[in-house]
Design a protein around this ligand. Structure first.
Ligand code: SF4
Length: 387
């Protein structure tokens, strides 16, 4: 028989283990399992320790696991043991045969999901009104290098549009997109106060309603009734080390989204096949993707993985290249060849069809070479915050 904490343990910031409170709250927060006999389920938030203490069943346990904070020293551990003895066993010696197993270094940071909601609300508004500095610089560079007078004029108008959007708090584009939200969640984080997904959607709802952003989401792809608040978001979770949460909100316009493609190539198609796939997607997109574009490319993984990679590639700064030498070379070559298509700014001709080509790769199956191309317009929006 043993008492097991389910995974890592909540550790309220600023409350030391030696005070005993940590343990008390832990017992209250989680369910505990006695291995052989039964489950002790304790859902009471604050009285859990006492409920546990009063339960006769706890005295028949063979082993109790205690997880302490990583800065807990030996005297703190002894104190924890005495707290346990005092509160569970009424100052009686811990019954023979009950083993205490103490593990240092596990703790959880608690984040109320309302913090997620607030952050996402603000990020939705921020992303729709300001581009990241790298995108602004890419447009600046293009306005200088563009050879077509009309193309140059369009680029200058796009720059002016950015200034107006920021100063007058008007969205950069009328299509304020579907909210794509990436959450990198440290595995030492415990969310409280509700469901994380509900909190994300509440943040999107508040951001789009309070920010007067266009509501572009329909509840069903065929019946097409507008949800009225731009929810739900498209949410991607990624587990990470530590106790931080990184939130990225990337509203995606559908003029360019509609021009994105997945190609399930054969391994024999090789790198030339990949380049041809990307170029054909860009040619097919033409003016419909509101160029100048940023071209996100995912190579490898599975059907869905390469699509996600291609979307995540849009988050990399314009002008930065892959750390993999052959991939960086491919990015440069593709950018040059795309800009030779003549599609140009606004699709009206010129040498600036794309501002960047960003490629991400992933291991794949011996029998396949998946390639995805996620095209983004010049309004390549994303805003990031870390909690
Ligand atoms: S594709 Fe981009 S620029 Fe074109 S309408 Fe949509 S958000 Fe706006």
């Amino acid at each position: 028989m043993k008492l097991v904490w389910p995974g890592a343990v909540y550790h309220p910031p600023g409350i030391a283990v030696k005070e005993g409170y940590f343990l008390r709250r832990c017992f209250g927060k989680y369910n505990y399992v006695t291995g052989l006999h039964r489950a002790i389920t304790n859902s009471a938030e604050d009285s859990g320790w006492h409920r546990f203490a009063s339960a006769e069943s706890c005295k028949s346990l063979a082993r109790i696991y205690i997880y302490t904070a990583d800065d807990c020293n030996d005297s703190d551990v002894s104190r924890s043991e005495s707290v346990l003895a005092e509160e569970i066993f009424n100052r009686e010696p811990i019954r023979n045969g009950i083993e205490l197993q103490i593990t240092k270094g596990l703790h959880m940071r608690e984040i109320d999901v309302s913090e997620i909601t607030n952050a996402i609300r603000e990020l939705c508004i921020e992303a729709n009104h300001t581009l990241t500095p790298d995108m602004k610089e890419a447009l600046d560079r293009a306005a200088v290098t563009e050879e077509s007078p009309l193309g140059k004029q369009i680029l200058e108008q796009l720059e002016e549009n950015l200034v107006i959007a920021k100063e007058d708090m008007i969205p950069i584009c009328q299509d304020t997109g579907m909210a794509v939200v990436y959450l990198e969640v440290g595995q030492d984080v415990h969310f409280t106060g509700g469901l994380l997904e509900d909190a994300v959607n509440e943040g999107v709802r508040q951001g789009y309603v309070d920010g007067f952003l266009r509501k572009s989401v329909v509840s069903d792809p065929i019946e097409r009734v507008n949800t009225g608040d731009n929810t739900p978001a498209v949410l991607h979770y990624f587990p990470a080390a530590g106790d931080r949460v990184k939130i990225t909100v990337a509203p995606k316009g559908f003029g360019s989204e509609n021009m994105s493609r997945v190609f399930m190539l054969k391994p024999a198609d090789g790198i030339e096949g990949v380049k041809n796939a990307v170029l054909s997607a860009v040619r097919d997109a033409g003016p419909n993707a509101c160029p100048p574009m940023v071209v996100g490319v995912g190579i490898g993984g599975t059907f869905e993985k390469c699509a996600l990679l291609s979307k995540m590639a849009l988050l990399r700064k314009a002008g930065e290249h892959s750390e993999i030498p052959y991939v960086a070379e491919m990015e440069k070559e593709l950018l040059e060849r795309i800009n030779q298509t003549g599609i140009g700014p606004g699709g009206l001709g010129g040498v600036t069809t794309a501002l960047a080509v960003n490629v991400l790769t992933y291991p794949t199956h011996i029998a396949g070479l998946p390639v995805a191309v996620n095209i983004c317009c010049h309004v390549n929006r994303h805003a990031v915050r870390e909690l």
